[in-house]
Ligand binder design. Structure first.
Ligand SMILES: CC(C)(COP(=O)(O)OP(=O)(O)OC[C@H]1O[C@@H](n2cnc3c(N)ncnc32)[C@H](O)[C@@H]1OP(=O)(O)O)[C@@H](O)C(=O)NCCC(=O)NCCS
Length: 180
């Protein structure tokens, strides 16, 4: 079976599902929140049409041979009790490895949802793809994101300067390996 047919991926209070065009408006609204503008400016959309184009691209990656070593796999993060879409989490190629990315809508932050979503997608990815590790690359100043990776069990590896969103930025590199 195609691994993506196994989505939704269920966690404790969340499930991760494939994104759909009906998510366009919500994805646009989330993209223009201050935290997104500050930390992931390349995922801020000009308008709903722009968000829709990005969604179409992401949905086109849900192929039978989908593999995060080659193409991004981004899933919506939804609350189990209301089905509401509250963020997204994804894996994408980075050099020879796979990098994790995530965001949670402001009104739902600090409730443990990002760390739960990161754990869920990492477990799923280690099970279905042959990954030696998953990387997390975070601006050192993004304390919320660093703490979130730590809470999700990622190990801090090193701090270095990297080109991020067009600027040399101090970043912290984390990794997570499959559990034995
Ligand atoms: C980073 C982000 C995804 C965290 O989402 P979240 O759902 O609030 O995270 P969690 O609730 O799982 O919190 C995980 C840990 O981070 C801490 N944390 C969350 N937000 C924080 C903040 N603003 N400042 C300090 N710590 C914070 C939590 O307290 C928790 O640690 P604890 O258990 O020791 O208290 C969210 O702030 C976000 O979407 N930011 C904008 C986009 C972004 O930066 N994405 C990551 C790019 S690398």
């Amino acid at each position: 079976m195609n691994q993506l047919e196994l989505a939704p991926i269920y966690a404790q209070s969340l499930f991760l599902r494939k994104l759909a065009l009906t998510d366009t408006e919500k994805l646009y609204q989330m993209s223009v929140e201050p935290g997104m503008k500050q930390w992931i400016p390349d995922q801020v959309y000009a308008d709903c049409n722009h968000a829709r184009q990005v969604l179409e691209f992401l949905m086109a990656q849900y192929r039978p041979d989908a593999n995060p070593k080659k193409d991004p796999i981004v899933l919506g993060v939804c609350l189990k009790n209301t089905q509401e879409l509250i963020g997204h989490v994804g894996l994408s190629p980075l050099e020879k490895h796979v990098e994790i990315g995530y965001a949670i809508e402001e009104k739902h932050q600090k409730k443990g949802y990002a760390s739960e979503a990161i754990l869920a997608i990492s477990d799923w990815a280690f099970k279905y793809f042959d990954l030696p590790l998953i990387l997390g690359v975070v601006a050192s100043a993004n304390k919320a994101s660093c703490r979130t990776l730590e809470k999700a069990g990622f190990t801090f590896s090193q701090e270095e300067e990297r080109l991020m969103h067009g600027e040399m930025t101090g970043v912290r590199i984390y990794f997570c390996k499959p559990s034995e």
